[in-house]
Design a protein around this ligand. Sequence first.
Ligand code: NAD
Length: 487
Amino acid sequence: MSPGAAPAPTDADAGTGRPGAAAVAGAVAAARRAQPAWEALGFAGRKRVLDAWRVLILRRADELADLIGRETGKTPDDARLEVVLVADHLRWAAAHAARVLRRRRVPAGMLMVNQSATLAYRPLGVIGVIGPWNYPAFIPIGPVSAALAGGNTVVLKPSELTPATGRWLAATLAEAAPGQDLLQVVAGDGDTGAELCRSGVDKISFTGSSATGRKVMAACAETLTPVVIEGGGKDAMVVAADADLEAAADAAVWAAMSNAGQTCVGLERVYVVREAAERFLELVTAKAAALRTGDRPDADLGPIVLPRQVEVIRGHVRDALARGARALLGGEHSFAPPYVAPVVLADVPEDSTALTQETFGPVLVVNTVGSVEEAVELVNAGSYGLGASVFTRDRAAGRSVAGRLRAGMVSVNAVIAFAGIPALPFGGVGDSGFGRVHGADGLREFTRTQAVTSQLFRPPLRPTSFSRTPGTMRALVRMMRAVHGRR
Ligand code: NAD
């Protein structure tokens, strides 16, 4: 399907009047039937299957990259980057699930010294994954790989703009694990997604806009289905006076303009301290001006995929200019739908929509501040809290600034580096959502923690029995005082 084309028809509603109902119910039932055998395979058995799937994906990397390119309009290099990330995250989840999730002993403590205490992370059952269109393979593979590695089966509802990529992932897994029904795909639009929320799956992992995330959470509340919400972002960069400005500008332009700005952790705002501002702006403007946009084989920026998004981007640019912002590159003339060429704006008022809302296009706002402290305050004033970055030659100072930023992920002297490290959890705070995919936290996200105690011997004191005496309890208090009564 070409970018922006009409969505594929939804699956039949089987007379319920609810689009996608029959397909969702059938897929969830099949996934539920398949789950016990998959769980019984154990970590090593599941790793073998997931490794075989990864090898197959890499063998057909060109095919997947072509498909992603066709469905999203992204450039071949952006599509290849997505495929590489898919393979690495899948490898990590398969390799580390046993270490993170296997049963382990924990100290029982003085009061329960007669008990052996263990905890385990059990699969939840069937996980529903609702994906966005902008990274149609990389984004779903996070929750899909973690859920599968933990012993769950999965029903994926890809974006209506990218159903073929979702189906490709399921078909290649079916080839690696014939007849096992580990990953079902239900195609359809938001109605089908809503149906999945109410289908009785054991958890929903949603990635998309924060507005849709609110609807997903409301639907899940009806059945008390737990959710992970990976919402939108308004990522910021802080540039200190001592930063390597060439590196910071290069990173800023890539983070803002790659995938034509349609990245949840895309850079949308930079706060640069006054001493560095002039040179940084010169570099950013020159680098962004050199990018090629449009329907050409050597393009750096492809189309804006959702036609309505072009108007959102235009609205943000207009609003900023009307409020006195300076256009250092581009402006009204950058719009030739479905393409938008890079726009760089400076001195944008903090209450303009280009700074308060997700733009999701190739528009970079660069505002000058008096200090790094002021930059931190402005970054943290936003409602989103997904990713951020800091550029400074003082790495210790960079880490200190990172710690003060209200963001789920921060890169120092790099951009979006966290997304390429499968061991790091991915997710945000505030309007960017909650819960994590990737890393150990992402593996645990699709499990239920179970605590088990097993009595080793009869305790000398029995405080939790009606046979206890006042003497038992006094002895217990004395013991507690003796061991923990001093600092
Ligand atoms: P979207 O919110 O329009 O759609 C996302 C998914 O939700 C689609 O599959 C859609 O069919 C489904 N959906 C729509 N209405 C629904 C409903 N009522 N119930 C259940 N499902 C429903 O988002 P999009 O345009 O596909 O993607 C772009 C957005 O996603 C941007 O805001 C971007 O920042 C965000 N995003 C976030 C992350 C992250 O990890 N935080 C990653 C990629 C994209």
